[in-house]
Design a binder for this molecule. Structure first.
Ligand code: RB5
Length: 143
């Protein structure tokens, strides 16, 4: 079973919770790192918490949700070993996995529907990295 980490800010917490319900029913083990209220919080703190856990091991991927997905992706990509991809359509989610071996999916709750977000998660979590020439490139990222 895949074990997925989730975190969001105040703009993304409701979508994050809906995704956790949906993906739990799909058989994923989901760990929720907050936030869990509409009170304003700072997205880098949530991205940092998720990335530190992911890098520590024992998890397969992370999903970060904020208003646009932009802040979360900027924050997440400052962590060595994290390859975070902000995706808005299924082809991006596919290629983020196939070519970039992305291990964190970033979503913008203010710009996509829950149905779209669920589809992006499905694609992201079930698509394999192609390796080969793409591995040469992803290896360069952490040098
Ligand atoms: C919060 O208002 C918003 O700035 C945040 O959720 C995110 O979109 C930042 O990139």
């Amino acid at each position: 079973m895949k074990h997925i980490l989730f975190a969001a800010d105040h703009a993304g917490w409701e979508m994050k919770n809906e995704l956790i319900s949906y993906l739990s029913k799909e058989g994923y083990e989901c760990t929720d790192l907050g936030t869990n209220s509409p009170d304003s919080v700072h997205y880098p703190e949530y991205a940092d918490a998720l990335c530190e856990k992911l890098i520590g091991g024992g998890y397969d991927a992370g999903i970060l949700v904020c208003g646009t997905g932009i802040g979360m992706s900027i924050a997440a990509n400052r962590h060595k070993g994290v390859r975070a991809a902000l995706c808005t359509d299924e082809q991006y989610a596919t290629l983020a996995r196939e070519h970039n071996d992305a291990n964190v999916l970033c979503l913008g709750a203010r710009f996509i529907t829950f149905e779209k977000a669920a589809k992006l998660c499905d694609v992201f979590l079930t698509t394999d990295f192609l390796g080969g020439r793409h591995k040469i490139r992803t290896d360069m990222l952490d040098k």
